[in-house]
Design a protein around this ligand. Structure first.
Ligand code: XMP
Length: 513
């Protein structure tokens, strides 16, 4: 998508780089992350209103430390260096950076000691978040020191004439109480941006572009009911109406009443053309007696492609496939991940476009999840639909541990639905990143009335997280757990025990398989 105003973020490997982008976008200005060695030609092409140099884990004097093409300081575009980025500014303008005796990490008080556009209307002192091992010992030429902290006499550098700034702390982190205002000063006071990056503007522009791109061709969308693909479908439908064909494959691995609820919601509210395929028998027969989680995942991924392809062939003239790819999946980060092992093979619609010779429409390639939610809201999707917890592609297949049967799936569906309903009733659903029930492949002894029972165990999982990469278990009240446990055991036939999973990720994962 063409953006009239962009802030470019050059990434030097900081864990907070994505956070910088999100803060800027929350201020309604579009921002893009690129690796630190993004070329000057590409920068000129992008023509950003401002450039932010992120922090990074290295010292600028380390061998192989990431550098920046110093030409960027001569483009006449405002620059803000954060932490490592500030040291690059200092280095180029002939200041001096030296290792500190010990790493400064955590909250500290910032005192403003000079005038600068970057600190317009900022309280002093205020709390800021520090995380650095080097500090500046000689002021770079043309700059003035405009803030200090107890441990860093040079905590912020300013050159209002050139529009170049550096801060030792992290304004993008919530602990920096004036951080948002400092970023806004850069965006609006210094770069002269306008706050026009809004869901409404995005929708108008994206719809126009999708219409131009696809002309009169048919476009298909695999509508799982997940937030990203659902919002994408509604957006594309807004652009091209009934040239969009949505295919919903019921794998038989969905939650209770989920497939029918999804179809109903879209048909009633959006007049979407949805083809509903009940492929549950096909999935279940292929999964019969399969125990190994990776094998389950691969069977589901492949079966999905087969079913979808078979159906979509009926629309041989379709040229495009809609996917809900998000920005975090496409950011090219400088952090070297090394040869990572596959923990879980993810199932999404990967593999389809090449096989079917379809071109992709990915309207959210530049968006974060919360932005997709905001767009969904603007498009009128109900709040409870947009706020739903993530649900994995392989569905309940990775929550019925060991081999899968329809009976086991039904037990799990009942237990899960009671659990989720209780979360809503208690008003805590939205405090949790993801909650679900798991059916364990063991039976245990219980007593009901005067009789011995020998039945299934349900494990409850609930985690907090910001991105699913790390997670902590949710601290429920004991009363809540007791209530859910009683309700499940009383109402779900075949369950006589409920346990709660208190493992964090890592070392566990969120899903059990
Ligand atoms: P784990 O279990 O790896 O899960 O800690 C992290 C997040 O990813 C979701 N998940 C999936 N999402 N396709 C998806 O689209 C998949 O195959 C898949 N497997 C796990 C999981 O629910 C959690 O939110």
């Amino acid at each position: 998508m063409k953006h009239t105003e962009t802030i470019l973020i050059l990434d030097f490997g900081s864990q907070y780089t994505q956070l910088i982008a999100r803060r800027i976008r929350e201020s309604k200005v579009y921002s893009e992350i690129h690796p630190h060695n993004f070329s000057i030609d590409k920068i000129s092409e992008l023509s950003p209103k401002g450039i932010i140099l992120s922090g990074g884990p290295m010292s600028i004097y380390d061998e192989d430390s990431p550098q920046v093409d110093s030409e960027i300081f001569n483009l006449g575009i405002p620059v803000l260096g954060i932490c490592y980025g500030m040291q690059l500014v200092s280095e180029y303008f002939k200041g001096k950076v030296e290792p500190a005796d010990k790493r400064e990490y955590g909250k500290t008080d910032l005192e403003i000691i000079g005038n600068s556009k970057i600190f317009q209307n900022i309280k002093s002192p205020s709390t800021v978040w520090m995380s650095h091992g080097d500090y500046i010992t000689k002021i770079p030429q043309g700059f003035s020191v405009v803030a200090k902290s107890a441990n860093s006499p040079i905590c912020a550098l300013s050159n209002d004439d050139k529009g170049i700034y550096g801060v030792q702390f992290h304004p993008e982190v919530a602990h920096t109480t004036e951080g948002r205002k400092i970023i806004d000063n850069f965006l609006f006071g210094i770069c002269k941006c306008k706050p026009e990056w809004t869901p409404g503007n995005f929708i108008l522009q994206a719809a126009e572009e999708i219409k131009n791109k696809t002309g009169n061709s048919k476009v298909i969308c695999a509508l799982s009911g997940g937030v990203d693909s659902s919002v994408a479908a509604v957006l594309v439908h807004k652009a091209i109406g009934n040239n969009l064909i949505c295919v919903h494959v019921d794998t038989g691995l969905m939650r209770k009443d989920e497939s029918s609820a999804i179809i109903k919601m879209f048909e009633e509210n959006y007049d979407l053309h949805i083809i509903h395929i009940d492929a549950s028998e096909e999935f279940l027969s292929k999964l019969k007696d399969v125990i190994e989680p990776e094998k389950k995942r691969k069977i589901i991924g492949n079966t999905f492609i087969e079913v979808f392809e078979r159906e979509a062939e009926k629309f041989g003239d379709a040229k495009y496939l809609v996917q809900g790819t998000l920005y975090p999946d496409v950011i090219e980060s400088v952090s070297v991940k090394g040869a990572s092992v596959t923990i879980k093979t993810h199932h999404n619609v990967g593999g389809l476009p090449e096989k079917m010779n379809l071109k992709l429409i990915e309207p959210f390639r530049e968006l974060f999840k919360d932005e997709v939610r905001a767009i969904g809201k603007e498009l009128g999707l109900p709040d409870d639909f947009i706020g739903r917890h993530p649900f994995p592609g392989p569905g309940l297949a990775v929550r019925v541990l060991s081999d899968i049967t329809k009976d086991k799936l039904d037990i799990l569906r009942e237990a899960d639905s009671i659990y989720i309903e209780e979360l809503h009733k208690a008003g805590i659903y939205n405090d949790i990143w993801q909650a679900f029930a798991v059916l364990l492949p063991v039976k245990t002894v219980g007593v009901m009335g005067d009789n011995r029972t020998y039945e299934n165990v349900i494990a409850l999982r609930a985690v907090t997280s910001t991105d699913g990469m790390t997670a902590d278990w949710f601290r429920f009240d004991y009363d809540f757990l007791e209530n859910v446990s009683n309700k499940i055991i009383r109402n779900v036939r075949g369950v006589n025990r409920v346990v709660y999973d208190i493992s964090s990720k890592p070392p566990s994962t969120i899903e059990w398989e």
